[in-house]
Unconditional design. Structure first.
Length: 132
């Protein structure tokens, strides 16, 4: 799967989705890096804890969800807010060149890092030349 294919998959993102929580949902910004062995998806989800992240891969669809704990300071009432706070939700269509069974994730400092390994058939390989 090339970077161009990922860009096309992003455009097919599901935007009409029903959520079970009645809160504002935001689409996390992502960077996608292609390496020889894998694609790496970096998703910004500030304020989310590791326990608030759900990642699902089913039928070629990768879904990222991040739930925020909206508890404010005790005894204080919000008078003004300059940015919205809400959950994160994003879905990607992943091609057959990704080994879905080997997808892994890490979360550090508000950034989710997904490793999407390529299947062996599409990984570049060096072919040795034999001498006669």
């Amino acid at each position: 799967m090339t970077t161009e294919a990922i860009e096309k998959a992003e455009k097919k993102e599901i935007t009409e989705t029903e959520h079970t929580r009645n809160v504002q949902h935001y689409r996390p910004n992502v960077d996608i890096v292609e390496q020889a062995e894998e694609l790496i998806v970096l998703a910004d989800m500030p304020g989310v804890s590791r326990d608030g992240i759900d990642i699902d891969f089913e039928n070629g669809m990768l879904t990222i969800q991040g739930r925020l704990d909206r508890a404010g300071p005790d005894g204080m009432t919000l008078v003004s807010s300059e940015y919205g706070v809400g959950d994160f939700y994003r879905t990607f269509q992943v091609g057959e060149k990704i080994d879905g069974a080997k997808i892994t994730a890490e979360f550090t400092d508000g950034v989710l890092r997904l490793h999407l390994p390529k299947v062996d058939q599409v990984k570049p390989r060096k072919i040795a030349v034999q001498a006669n």
